[in-house]
Design a protein around this ligand. Structure first.
Ligand code: ADP
Length: 160
C-alpha cells in the first residue's frame, strides 16, 4: 500500500491542482491532500474553507482524503505513515525552491521521497494568486477553477 501526500496552500484550489490530484490518485493507492495551516502566510481563505473546497473536488476519488496540517511536513508525513510527497512543477521558477525543499526533507528523513509531477501544459500558467487577481478585477475565472467551487471563490474575493 503506497500512501502519498500532496501538500499546499490551495488558496484557492485551481484546475491545475485538480489535475495533479486526479493523476496522483491514479498512481498511488492512497492520497492525502494536505492543506498547510500556516499562520505566517496570509491566506484569503481559512484552512477550513480551503479544505471544504478540496473535499468537493476530491469527492469523485475513493482513494483521496483531505486533511490539514501545521509544522513540519516530514513529521506530518510520518504521522500519516506516508513516504511519498507529491509536488507539482510548472516552470523552472518552481524548480529551484522545490529542489531545495526536497533535499532538506530528505536530510531530515531519508525515508521520504519527493515525487515531482509535471504540470499539464493547459495549466502551466495557472496559480492561486492569478485566480485571485483576475477575480478581484471582475474577470471570468470559470475556465480556471473547478465549477463546484466557482461560487465560493467569487463570493470571497474582494473586488478592486
Ligand atoms: P504552495 O504554498 O506550496 O506554493 P500551492 O497551493 O500554490 O502551494 O500549490 C500546491 C502544489 O501544487 C505545489 O506543489 C505547486 O507546485 C502545485 N501547483 C500549483 N499550481 C499548479 C499547476 N497549475 N500545475 C501543476 N501544479 C501546480
Amino acid at each position: 500500500m503506497v500512501r502519498a501526500i500532496y501538500p499546499g496552500s490551495f488558496d484557492p484550489p485551481t484546475n491545475g491542482h485538480q489535475d495533479i490530484i486526479k493523476r496522483a490518485s491514479e498512481i498511488f493507492d492512497q492520497l492525502t491532500v494536505a492543506v498547510l495551516e500556516n499562520p505566517r502566510k496570509d491566506a484569503l481563505f481559512s484552512h477550513e474553507e480551503r479544505a471544504e473546497m478540496l473535499e468537493k473536488i476530491c469527492a469523485p476519488y475513493d482513494n483521496v482524503e483531505v486533511d490539514y496540517f501545521r509544522g513540519l511536513l516530514i513529521e506530518y508525513a510520518n504521522r500519516k505513515d506516508a513516504r511519498i510527497i507529491i509536488k507539482g512543477l510548472r516552470a523552472m521558477s518552481d524548480f529551484e525552491f522545490e529542489f531545495q525543499m526536497a533535499l532538506v526533507n530528505r536530510k531530515l528523513d531519508s525515508r521520504i521521497e519527493t515525487v515531482f509531477m509535471m504540470t499539464n501544459s493547459k495549466y502551466s500558467y495557472l496559480s492561486s494568486s492569478i485566480v485571485k487577481e483576475i477575480a478581484s478585477f471582475g474577470g471570468d475565472i470559470r475556465p480556471l477553477v473547478p465549477p463546484k467551487i466557482y461560487e465560493i471563490i467569487i463570493k470571497k474575493v474582494p473586488q478592486q
